[in-house]
Design a protein around this ligand. Sequence first.
Ligand SMILES: Cc1cc2nc3c(=O)[nH]c(=O)nc-3n(C[C@H](O)[C@H](O)[C@H](O)COP(=O)(O)OP(=O)(O)OC[C@H]3O[C@@H](n4cnc5c(N)ncnc54)[C@H](O)[C@@H]3O)c2cc1C
Length: 372
Amino acid sequence: MSSAERTDIAVVGGGIAGVSIAYELAATRRVTLLEAEPDLPLHSTARSAATYVPGHGSGPFRALISASGPRFAALADELGTPPLLTPRGVLWVAVDDEGEAAMAAMLAEQAGEPGAPVPLTVAGALEVCPVLHAPRAAAFTAAASDVDAIALHAGYLRGLRRRGATVLRDARVETITRDGAGWRIRAGTHRLTAAEVVDAAGAWTDVVAARAGVPGIGLVPHRRTIAACPVPSLPTGLPMVIDTADRFYFKAEADAVLVSPADETPTEPGDARPDELDVALALDRVRAATTLPLHSVRTAWAGLRSFVPDRAPVVGARPEHPGFHFFAGQGGSGIESAPALAALGAAVVTGAAVPADIAVDPDVVAVTRPGV
Ligand SMILES: Cc1cc2nc3c(=O)[nH]c(=O)nc-3n(C[C@H](O)[C@H](O)[C@H](O)COP(=O)(O)OP(=O)(O)OC[C@H]3O[C@@H](n4cnc5c(N)ncnc54)[C@H](O)[C@@H]3O)c2cc1C
């Protein structure tokens, strides 16, 4: 891009948040996506457990995940990707008092919601997942799936180019300056002016806002770790298993089992690295709950899940800073909620009506809500 190109909307960040909202906006606006790294996705989006779990997360996320289900199928056709969801149930297990209390609270909170977990007997749980030791209590979410997060991200990128958007890599946004009704942006070697900015920079959202002189949203990145352990002769058809007390989860992938201690360590935005202790905890906890022979780690990684205190997403502008929109706080649900959240975000940014299938009041995710 030559100096001082003009665009309608500059989207900052090329993870799933940035590419998905850029795609939706590019249907009606001239969009430029600015990504700091030479390759994408590199940060949280490339490091997720890639699951779609109805009922996961805070209330707004549950509604967004539910609305995203049918949208994943439509997007696969629209973006020309392979099927994006591959069904795999989630077995929730309680292995101690805390887990039993959390299980009861989860079942009560989600009762009657689409795709809500149903209680299982211990015998039923062992039938669904024969590698488990008997848990104290169990429940099953049949409507869960694996998500092909990389195909989804690549599909959005292709789709937004098809819609005439510009994608700039190596374009770290360094300054954003108010220029009349719009913004002047310096991003690496690029200079552009934009009528509006969407800050979809994941863990760095508040850093980017500060560069525009806009107060942040109090976003806190939390590190989460996954280790892949080779296991020969794994039974096929295993569900994903999640401890309701949030101390571990695991799922089989090819000839390995992905294990996590479900860690949530507050940290600074950056290139997260796994801590050896977290990897060891993951193996210990999954070994204690199963008969799986976890003897070695093939690879381990960590990524950031970024939350505001109420753990709902943050969408839209502060009234005193019009034209600077937040699209952040995807936490642990940025992949599974992407199709509906991007459509909601684009509606908020352009002032259009929220699509009827998305049962989320924009006020509930607004930056002006109490608690942000
Ligand atoms: C271990 C783990 C497991 C997870 N499991 C799941 C799961 O099963 N299901 C699910 O739905 N979600 C899951 N998540 C959460 C999901 O990965 C995130 O919610 C999602 O990837 C966040 O996307 P993002 O685009 O906001 O952030 P990112 O993917 O981190 O993208 C932000 C981008 O902004 C760029 N950027 C930063 N600063 C600038 C700047 N100044 N200028 C330009 N660009 C900039 C960064 O380089 C980065 O590419 C998991 C996360 C982790 C870590």
